[in-house]
Ligand binder design. Structure first.
Ligand code: F6R
Length: 235
């Protein structure tokens, strides 16, 4: 696992350049794993400003809240359309179906789709508690897409996008760690002091379910892009 400390703008440019490389290598037919959240916003803004063409590419998002319809402004469907897909349409874009009568069935369908469509590059953010996707502490490295309860700390952190904490959904469908680790290349991005502890645990402690992101140490091609604040606990 390579750790690179950069400014936020340089980190986003680094990721844009890697995405461009993968698009070139695949003649535009790349399969990208995408994330949502505040960290990804400046990166998607750069992708929208770029001349990259995603019209032959496929995307798979990491996760979606259970119970939110795609047109709900707090849903990850809405986020992706707003921040990327309306400006840079992909050939096909997949997200887990959160607004369904049976989320477990939707999770199984998503897993089956992932198995047949390997990702060339997976983008990740990281939670303050070391989660990736919504794989909260305790998640197994062999986990697959499933319905998960969100921890109080994650609901609190994500409440900034909702009217109040009670409005934050209690469950999400998330890609599992095994599916994330199956990507050929992974770029994890972390900005800000609030991520410093998670970055320390992810990179300096042996892989352990207490910090799900630490299992990325076992991945052969992962780059961690941090700003100085997120890297502040590293020697
Ligand atoms: C979002 C996701 C989450 C976020 C993480 C960091 O699709 O999978 O794991 O990447 O919670 O969120 P931000 O970037 O908002 O700090």
């Amino acid at each position: 696992m390579e750790i690179i400390v950069l400014s936020r703008s340089q980190a986003c440019q680094y990721a844009v350049d890697k995405i461009a490389q993968v698009l070139t290598q695949t003649n535009g037919k790349a399969t990208l794993g995408l994330a949502t959240g505040g960290t990804m916003t400046p990166l998607y803004a750069k992708l929208c400003q770029s001349n990259l063409d995603f019209s032959h590419a496929t995307s798979f998002n990491l996760d979606e809240y259970v119970g939110l319809a795609p047109d709900n402004p707090q849903s990850y469907h809405y986020y992706m359309n707003d921040q990327l897909f309306f400006k840079k349409p992909f050939w096909k874009s997949y997200l887990p179906q959160g607004n369904t009568a049976d989320a477990a069935v939707a999770a199984k369908a998503y897993h089956e789709k992932l198995v047949t469509t390997p990702r060339d590059l997976q983008l990740l953010g990281i939670g303050e508690n070391g989660h990736i996707g919504f794989n909260e502490p305790g998640s197994s490295p062999t986990s697959i897409t499933r319905v998960l309860p969100l921890t109080e700390s994650t609901r609190r952190a994500n409440s900034r996008y909702f009217d109040d904490e009670k409005a934050v959904p209690t469950h999400a469908i998330s890609m599992g760690l095994s599916e994330i680790l199956a990507a050929k290349q992974i770029i994890l991005i972390a900005f800000g002091q609030k991520k410093a502890k998670a970055i320390y645990q992810m990179t300096q402690r042996p892989p352990h379910p207490d910090c799900p992101a630490s299992f990325l140490q076992n991945h052969p091609n992962t780059v961690v892009l941090c700003d100085t604040a997120a890297a502040s606990l590293l020697k």
